[in-house]
Design a protein around this ligand. Structure first.
Ligand code: MN
Ligand code: MN
Length: 319
């Protein structure tokens, strides 16, 4: 599809399976001033603690995202009518064999866009990529965080690095990038060999909603409490695909049974519409573990939900 920069395509002008796949079939944008929301691929999985493969996530999500359409079935939001939305391509890496240098590549590229007041919707990549995104986004003042995941990702150093995909939100607190008292972690589950991550989250004042409590409260009550915790100030949403049960999303590095259905996850994310969301990510889609492609489709669907929320926030003038 040939689209002039900054001009949204007519999604009906060609069959959805045609042309070079960008996220949601949005135009490929190179200049931050050409769009309000930039979708960015971060094909990096050098910080996983177990099964790799999330480096292939952006490409497969782009492919599956050609299935996405424009008008939201519940809110009737059409993000493409509200905003200029583009695919900014992938983070250009100059170093993928050193975690901290790779993270610097990510931070520098994301900062190009955030410094132009463009909202960010990223596709990972392992969960370590959220830290350099937050370094770009939260560099002036800490943001709130809605973190949907089976794991708190607030562990400490692991086998020689402080920056594994099990630690980004501990580091983000230490670096003053997120406000732990405006952080809610939803869907946490699975046994651990040590409780340091759970303990850290609770010790700094994060609200940790384990999956057992989600079941007791129900999704709507979780949404209500999370909205109260986040309040009117800027916030970020980080969505780890392993929050969803592996029955629906098996293609991920550290699956945990007993997770959200894909329907529950859609409802949960929709519940954050109208908050001041400055950016979001979907991480840990690992295509080599995803033989049916189902996980990439779920990942693309979650990105579409987040895109609608970012468009609302942009329309309200909040992101
Ligand atoms: Mn995670
Ligand atoms: Mn996880």
């Amino acid at each position: 599809m040939k689209i002039p920069p900054g001009k949204q395509p007519d999604p009906m002008s060609a069959p959805r399976y045609m042309d070079i796949p960008t996220f949601m079939r949005a135009p490929h944008i190179e200049n931050p001033s050409d769009c309000d929301i930039a979708m960015i691929g971060i094909p990096y999985d050098g910080a996983v603690t177990n099964r790799p493969g999330a480096r292939h996530g952006p490409r497969e999500i782009r492919n599956s995202s050609s299935m996405m359409r424009s008008i939201h079935p519940v809110s009737r939001i059409n993000p493409y009518q509200q905003c200029r939305i583009g695919d900014a391509g992938d983070v250009p890496f100059t170093n993928v064999y050193d975690v901290e240098k790779a993270h610097k590549n990510i931070e520098d590229f994301i900062h190009l866009w955030t410094s132009s007041n463009t909202a960010i919707l990223a596709a990972g990549g392992d969960h370590s990529v959220s830290l350099p995104i937050l370094r770009a986004l939260g560099c002036n003042e800490p943001v709130g965080l809605i973190h949907i995941d089976a794991h708190t990702d607030t562990w400490d150093d692991f086998l020689g690095t402080n920056y594994s995909h099990g630690a980004p939100f501990r580091r983000a607190v230490e670096e003053g990038l997120i406000d732990p008292k405006r952080t809610v972690q939803i869907g946490i589950r699975g046994a651990q060999n040590a409780s340091v991550g759970w303990d850290y989250s609770e010790s700094v004042g994060m609200r940790v909603i384990f999956m057992e409590e989600v079941l007791d409260l129900g999704v709507q009550a979780v949404i209500k409490e999370a909205r109260e915790i986040i309040g009117p100030s800027r916030a970020y949403i980080s969505f780890d695909i392993d929050s969803i049960d592996p029955a629906f999303a098996p293609g991920t590095g550290t699956p945990e049974v007993g997770g959200f259905t894909s329907r529950e996850a859609l409802s949960l994310v929709r519940g954050f519409d109208g908050l001041n969301i400055a950016g979001a990510d979907v991480v840990e889609v690992s295509p080599p573990w995803d033989p049916t492609g189902m996980t990439a489709l779920v990942g693309a669907s979650m990105m579409y939900e987040l895109l609608c929320i970012l468009a609302t926030a942009r329309g309200l003038g909040t992101n």
